[in-house]
Write a new protein. Structure first.
Length: 503
């Protein structure tokens, strides 16, 4: 019979594993330090707005399909909204989930201490899937839990694989690869020959397939979806798309990711577990078809940790030269990514990750005074208007007169642009125009047709709010909210861009 641990037992645990508990504490402290300085960006707000404003039926039957993802994350956000959790509170909950994931990794994994104490501070575990509140925060927790129960509880593994598939479309591909590997391992172990184990295997397969069917039903794209067309326009050649998620999220210089993966392949080969790399193959091939971002590609890091965990040699096993080379490669990756983490947290602390909070603070008194606001785009990408919805979690209603929903509707039937053109002659007080830039600090280009239309209609640029995403050891794209006010009510002059500065 299991008993509640005694105080002496807890003391012995803390004394014997103080490095592990210290690591978890430091990880939690760093995340707690980073969260208050993180400005959520539009992708974080989009899911929140969907869950905040829709019924559970409308969410799953209609609108999640436009997001290109299954709905587990939206369901959790729907519950949090009905439990009166704030937008700020969401980020603290995500941080807590990341701390639990790290606890699993540090306290349960079979890795040597020098690895298990360092892996939590890699970029994706410490920042991208801890501070940024998106569905990917659930993936490390599920992968590490799957690794922990892989050889112990088939039913638990089946449920976790099903839940993993409902986190995100890239996670669903990873789940499918893991499910195949798990099924093959069960068959090799003779589960199909024993009637009792065969029934349990069939039950597990039914559970997994049911979860997959639900994920497919939820994420199946509607015929009027515009996002797929937009993404395909930027898709690089297939071979390059397949290589990018293998090398980009691993280390710097980029070329060193190639010998890293060679070392990892040799490790799995030496363990006679090359088949376990099937989820990695699935993931990279999928990324060759569906273009993704750095936050998608980073899922390969917790996946690799999961696969190494499952196949880790038992204590006392002979360590081959391949193992030594693989562990050296891991140490190098960890060292580089700790630098990425430090850069991202420092950047997010002193610069604006997103312009949404600052723009919302500027607009709030104007909204309270009854100002009419129309949202549009300044560059040649109509989909960039989706960035305007990052402001809405800071208001209790939709503040845009030309946007039919309090979230961006990725449909070619979205009437927002037509409504903008129809409403512009009535001169809304403010036009919020969206623009994305390749680098922070660039001058706002007012030579485009949309900017010329606004200035000819009597509008003047008065404020610019920008935010920039950190990427490895530099910055990624910059998103800007550009405020135009009607000249009849606006102060004259053009305010200088705020760039990526915080205040």
């Amino acid at each position: 019979m299991n008993r509640i641990p005694t105080l002496d037992g807890l003391r012995r645990e803390l004394r014997s594993r103080w490095p592990e508990w210290t690591t978890v504490s430091v990880f939690a402290a760093v995340v707690a330090f980073a969260i208050p300085y993180h400005e959520p960006w539009a992708d974080e707000a989009q899911a929140w707005q969907l869950a905040r404003t829709l019924s559970i039926r409308a969410l799953f039957q209609t609108y999640i399909r436009y997001e290109g993802t299954p709905g587990l994350w939206h369901f959790l956000l729907w519950i949090l909204n009905r439990a009166y959790v704030s937008y700020t509170g969401l980020h603290w909950i995500c941080g807590a989930i990341a701390v639990v994931s790290t606890s699993f990794l540090v306290l349960n994994s079979p890795f040597p201490r020098y690895l298990k104490l360092a892996l939590p501070f890699t970029f994706f575990l410490l920042f991208q899937y801890a501070v940024v509140a998106r569905s990917y925060v659930l993936v490390p927790l599920m992968l590490f839990t799957i690794a922990s129960w892989w050889k112990k509880r088939p039913l638990v593994v089946a449920v976790l694989l099903g839940l993993l598939a409902n986190c995100a479309i890239h996670a669903a591909v990873i789940s499918g690869g893991l499910a195949i590997v798990w099924l093959v391992e069960q068959l090799r172990a003779g589960s199909a020959k024993d009637p009792t184990r065969r029934r349990k295997l069939l039950l597990c397969a039914s559970i997994i397939l049911s979860f997959y069917a639900f994920a497919l039903w939820t994420a199946w794209p509607p015929s009027d979806l515009t996002y797929i067309t937009i993404v395909r326009g930027y898709t690089p050649p297939f071979l390059l798309s397949t290589l990018v998620p293998l090398v980009m999220p691993i280390c710097q210089p980029l070329i060193l990711s190639i010998p890293f993966w060679i070392a990892i392949i040799l490790v799995f080969s030496a363990r006679r577990s090359s088949f376990y790399l099937l989820p990695v193959l699935f993931f990279t091939v999928f990324s060759g078809v569906i273009c993704g971002g750095f936050w998608h590609w980073g899922l390969i890091v917790p996946l690799l940790i999961c696969l190494l965990w499952i196949t880790w040699p038992s204590p006392g096993s002979c360590v081959s030269w391949y193992e030594i080379a693989g562990r050296a490669a891991l140490i190098y990756m960890v060292g580089v990514q700790i630098l990425w983490s430090a850069y991202a947290i420092h950047f997010d602390h002193y610069n604006a990750y997103s312009p949404d909070l600052a723009a919302a603070q500027f607009l709030k008194p104007l909204v309270e005074d009854g100002a009419a606001i129309a949202a549009t785009y300044l560059d040649e990408s109509p989909s960039h208007v989706a960035g305007a919805f990052g402001i809405l979690p800071y208001f209790d209603r939709n503040i845009y007169i030309n946007q039919p929903y309090p979230f961006y509707w990725w449909s070619n039937k979205n009437p927002s642009d037509d409504l903008f053109n129809a409403l512009l002659p009535s001169h809304p007080s403010i036009v919020l125009a969206e623009m994305q830039q390749a680098q922070p600090g660039q001058a706002i280009d007012l030579s485009g047709p949309r900017a010329e239309l606004l200035m000819k209609s009597g509008y003047r640029l008065t404020n610019v709010f920008c935010g920039t995403l950190p990427f490895r050891m530099h910055t990624s794209f910059t998103n800007c909210h550009i405020i135009f006010q009607y000249a009849g009510i606006a102060p004259g002059g053009i305010a200088p861009p705020t760039g990526s500065s915080r205040r």
